[in-house]
Design a protein around this ligand. Structure first.
Ligand SMILES: *Cc1c(COP(=O)(O)O)cnc(C)c1O
Length: 410
């Protein structure tokens, strides 16, 4: 494979945490020792069989892994082309892929003797996953959440409180995810000794993007084995939705060196990438810059101020994209596209009606892209999309967009 940096796409990042021009660790001097210690401890844990034994036991008995690989027969027939498989990560405990990664980081935190876990959350999904695992281990959990998001995501705030977490509303800046990330980093510097910062996507300073990817790679590893059993070969095309890019990286990573596997990441196109930032497509509609300790593509204005973006799906609202995706994009190993709110809503409904699966709005974006390309592909072509979350959380949003009056049924 043509790859100037590494002899394999799977050996990145380099020792400075760079994927080509992306990634790295752009952090203050006070944070540097913490980041280096984390990197050292992760490197040790990564090759320790006891660490993976503990992960595997919990993945099996707490999360419910492996998640099934499901052939969506009616959807395949309806689209009339490629065979469509769904990786059912929406069946995980807490309803999405986020817990795969949180478990890894919290087991690592325990090994490092840290008993205070901090996290940032936007829509609240990562906060809920973190609060869940902290409750399971009896750890103190503090979740930073933009004040604006606290208002918008009341059910998730309540879930976190039920799970024993403290939710700190962040009022600095615009009171959204970016501001919550800044406050979490500040907390970490202030409470070095007992605190572990649990990041929810393949972003942040090195080693986070690589570490989160490694934990989420269980998705792709399972797909590889399951597809062998089902079809005797690898899929032709992988498709996943991208907020920060962790579920996508988890599906893609084990296939990066398989030349004949097409890889497609789907960003949230909101009302359309051509209009003024009413989308969350950092790669297809943003520019390179530094945020959250790494260099990557970001939604920003002409002055470099980070913009909030817009999507019907709250989980796709991360204003950047993981640096490894930025790199895979620039070297051409993966392709990135965007899907609008309207297209995602259409896919959402089709999935409910044809497969009896209510998808989250995030994977509905991936599914919409499947709907776009499957009809044009040969019947032997195998697509695997990641159904990374279930849609129970989204039914009120969808009802509003479909002008369905909830009060009429009640
Ligand atoms: C959080 C979330 C996402 C976006 O995060 P990634 O890091 O891009 O995976 C996507 N889907 C669901 C269901 C989520 O909860």
């Amino acid at each position: 494979m043509p790859n100037e940096l590494f002899n394999s796409f799977m050996t990145g990042p380099d020792e400075r945490g760079r994927f080509g021009n992306f990634g790295g660790r752009f952090v203050s001097e006070t944070l540097m020792p913490l980041i280096l210690e984390l990197e050292k401890q992760y490197e040790i844990a990564k090759t320790d069989l006891n660490f993976w034994d503990e992960m595997n036991e919990l993945w099996t008995n707490y999360v419910g892994r492996p998640s099934p690989l499901y052939l969506a027969k009616r959807l395949t027939n309806e689209l009339g082309g490629a065979k469509v498989y769904m990786k059912r990560d929406e069946l995980n405990h807490t309803g999405a892929h986020k817990i795969n990664n949180v478990l890894g980081q919290i087991i690592l935190a325990r090994r490092m003797g840290k008993n205070r876990i901090i996290a940032e959350t936007g829509a609240g999904q990562h906060g809920v996953a973190t609060a869940t695992v902290c409750a399971k281990f009896g750890l103190k959990c503090i979740v930073y959440m933009g004040a604006h998001d606290v208002e918008r995501q009341a059910p998730n705030v309540f879930r976190m409180r039920l799970l024993g977490a403290e939710v700190v509303p962040v009022t600095s800046g615009r009171g959204t995810l970016k501001d919550a990330m800044n406050d979490a980093l500040r907390d970490w510097v202030t409470n070095v000794r007992d605190t572990f910062y649990c990041i929810g996507t393949v972003a942040g300073p090195h080693p986070y993007p690589a570490m989160v990817r490694d934990f989420q790679s269980i998705i792709g590893k399972e797909v590889k084995e399951q597809m062998q059993l089902n079809e005797g070969r690898s899929p032709d095309t992988l498709i996943a939705a991208i907020g920060g890019g962790s579920n996508a990286m988890g599906l893609f990573y084990p296939f990066l060196d398989d030349d004949d596997v097409n890889i497609v990441g789907v960003e949230a196109g909101g009302k359309g990438v051509n209009q003024k930032m009413e989308h969350c497509a950092s790669l297809t509609g943003g520019r390179a810059g530094v945020l959250h300790g790494n260099r990557t593509y970001l939604l920003q204005d002409d002055d470099g101020q980070i913009l909030e973006g817009f999507s019907i799906s709250a989980g796709l609202d991360y204003p950047g994209i993981g640096p490894e995706h930025a790199w895979l994009h620039d070297i051409g190993r993966a392709k990135y596209v965007s899907i609008t709110d309207e297209q995602a809503l259409e896919a959402f409904q089709l999935c409910c009606e044809l497969e009896g699966i209510i998808p989250a709005l995030e994977p509905s974006h991936a599914l919409a892209y499947v709907m776009k390309i499957a009809p044009k592909l040969d019947k032997n072509h195998i697509i695997c999309m990641n159904m990374c979350g279930r849609g129970d959380k989204d039914i009120f949003t969808v009802a509003k967009h479909l002008n369905f009056d909830m009060s009429e049924v009640c």
